[in-house]
Design a protein around this ligand. Structure first.
Ligand code: FAD
Length: 278
């Protein structure tokens, strides 16, 4: 279908984008367009104004920020996948970027767009929740930082205000974390996750000192598997049985809720095994 009529402006800076958002009711940012344009074509989204931030080259970067890496919101998946700083210090991010969609999607889609879109089936929300990442946003009220675990509020709902723009994502360097994994189950290689599991583990005196496990598409927002994390740290070999304890998986054409819970336990065990082995 053809989208409903809309106005179009190119933002020259993040501040300009915020001004345009604040000045027009129902204005929306356009980054890679790989989620927004399909919604507009289906007329699920009918913005009155599109504010194009896709040309803000200053928001595309990966920088060393001491104990963290700073990622510009406009950084595209392909750049994340190939970035040497990420590959060295936070390889779960470059690995995950390589699993998003297909080459076309990875050339256009941005990490900021993915987070703002808050699709429960998207890959980065769970990975960033497991990492304890921080999301930097600017709006008419100034700048603020939102922990990734507080950004996602529901299906396609985030904590962003209508005039707010994500500018940066901060992820920790995994120096003390010895193992990571993101395992994604999808029906076809280029599909969104039916279920996926992000796992980070730190070995300690021959056991697991700390574990952080987050699930994709097992509820309206990324789900931390606290019960499984605690069982793993306690040395319980049956920890995987608890992987879906806190989840509320949907039933849809890809899988029933029961099958999703089963998948979470199977690929979650695989993710933890991979993480321990890295
Ligand atoms: P856009 O579509 O431009 O915007 C999406 C939403 O975010 C809009 O509401 C927009 O206003 C808002 N927005 C954009 N940037 C910002 C910002 N900086 N600050 C605040 N709000 C902003 N995703 C996956 O995770 N895994 C997959 O396997 C996957 N497969 C896909 C397969 C196909 C065929 C397609 C078309 C998409 C797929 N996607 C997948 C989605 C893809 O990752 C999108 O690129 C992403 O969800 C949105 O990023 P974007 O830059 O395209 O954002």
């Amino acid at each position: 279908m053809i989208p409903a009529t809309f106005d179009y402006e190119v933002a020259g800076s993040p501040e300009h984008a915020v001004e345009l958002l604040a000045a027009t009711e129902d204005a929306k940012l356009l980054a890679g367009g790989h989620s927004l344009i399909p919604l507009m074509r289906l007329r699920f989204a009918r913005p009155s104004l599109l504010v194009d931030i896709g040309r803000l080259a200053d928001l595309s970067y990966v920088r060393d920020a001491g104990e963290q890496l700073a990622i510009g919101a406009l950084t595209r998946y392909r750049a994340l996948k190939e970035d040497p700083l990420l590959q060295e210090h936070c390889p779960i991010v470059s690995h995950t970027a390589g699993l998003v969609g297909d080459p076309q999607v990875r050339h256009r889609g941005t990490i900021g767009g993915s987070l703002a879109h808050s699709d429960p089936a998207s890959d980065f929300p769970a990975v960033l929740v497991a990492l304890g990442a921080e999301i930097v946003v600017v709006g008419t009220g100034g700048s603020r930082t939102i922990p990734a675990a507080e950004l996602f509020r529901g299906v396609f709902e985030s904590a962003l205000g209508p005039d707010e723009l994500i500018t940066e994502i901060r992820v920790p360097k995994l120096g003390s974390w010895t193992g990571w994994s993101y395992v994604k189950f999808a029906r076809r290689a280029q599909d969104w996750a039916t279920v996926a599991v992000a796992a980070l583990v730190r070995r300690d005196n021959g056991g697991i000192g700390e574990a952080r496990i987050a699930l994709t598409n097992m509820g309206p927002v990324p789900v931390r598997a606290h019960a499984a994390e605690q069982a793993l740290v306690a040395g319980d070999e049956e920890f995987a049985a608890h992987l879906a304890d806190e989840a509320d998986p949907p039933s849809d054409t890809a899988a029933s809720a029961e099958f999703r819970a089963h998948l979470a336990r199977v690929i979650g065990a695989r993710a933890v095994e991979e993480a321990i082995g890295r």
